[in-house]
Design a protein around this ligand. Structure first.
Ligand SMILES: Nc1ncnc2c1ncn2[C@@H]1O[C@H](COP(=O)(O)OP(=O)(O)OP(=O)(O)O)[C@@H](O)[C@H]1O
Ligand SMILES: [Mg+2]
Length: 212
């Protein structure tokens, strides 16, 4: 059965697209993967079209009304479909969440990101009620600077709202910017690097959650 994973939050710039491209480039070694870019800015499509990730099947779908069909179509013969959503509240987010096996909510350690992550959690819960099933979600902390006070505050806030967090934290590393210029990801640019280690660790947590 195809596993559909949506990366979303109503906050912009939280690493949704970076995580999507990085996870795709790791999983493509062992799985049939595909991506749907539901962001009208088409950042993910531009990235994948540029470098060594070109052969990953992907499609841009900016018409919200067609999104579910597009995800189903590209996922027909795939193990995993990743859906990258724009960083603001939109209907595409609700549709994608509604058919997902897992929703990943990336959040930087900042009060604004936490508030938007909590709003997104609410969208997941409402989509679950609409579809009459529990939709799994988990927050991943991104662009983290270890040992900072703001990280401690962020963890406390998520804990207070009983938000499930991935153990893996994605640190702030310039390789995300540099590799993107050439259409690479930390996985393809520096497989034995620290950023790759974190992506692989996140991928393994997701595999466990989804019983791969
Ligand atoms: N772990 C990281 N460390 C440092 N920079 C990062 C990291 N992840 C992403 N970035 C950078 O932060 C910026 C935003 O990242 P990205 O485009 O992945 O976020 P997004 O959530 O998809 O944004 P949008 O809401 O605009 O779609 C980019 O310049 C990216 O290179
Ligand atoms: Mg994006």
């Amino acid at each position: 059965m195809t596993k559909i994973i949506t990366l979303c939050t109503s906050k912009g710039g939280t690493s949704k697209t970076s995580l999507t491209a990085s996870l795709l480039s790791y999983w493509r070694k062992n799985y049939q993967v595909a991506a749907v870019d539901a962001d009208p800015n088409c950042n993910l499509s531009r990235w994948l079209d540029k470098g060594s990730l070109k052969d990953i099947p992907h499609v841009a779908e900016i018409d919200e009304g067609n999104l579910i069909q597009t995800i189903e179509d590209i996922g027909t013969d795939k193990d995993i479909v990743l859906v990258d959503i724009a960083g603001f509240g939109n209907q595409a987010m609700v549709y994608a969440i509604g058919i997902s096996d897992l929703v990943i909510i990336p959040s930087r350690p900042s009060e604004d990101d936490v508030l938007e992550a909590l709003k997104t959690k609410k969208v997941v819960e409402n989509a679950g009620k609409l579809t009459r099933r529990d939709i799994d979600y988990q927050v991943v902390l991104t662009q983290v600077k270890l040992g900072t006070l703001v990280l401690t505050h962020t963890l406390k806030q998520f804990d207070a709202f009983n938000v499930p967090l991935f153990k893996t934290r994605i640190a702030n590393r310039t390789i995300y910017q540099t590799s993107r210029f050439s259409g690479e990801t930390p996985i393809t640019a520096e497989f034995s690097g620290k950023a790759s280690y974190e992506i692989i660790s996140l991928a393994k947590e997701i595999e466990k959650l989804l019983n791969f």
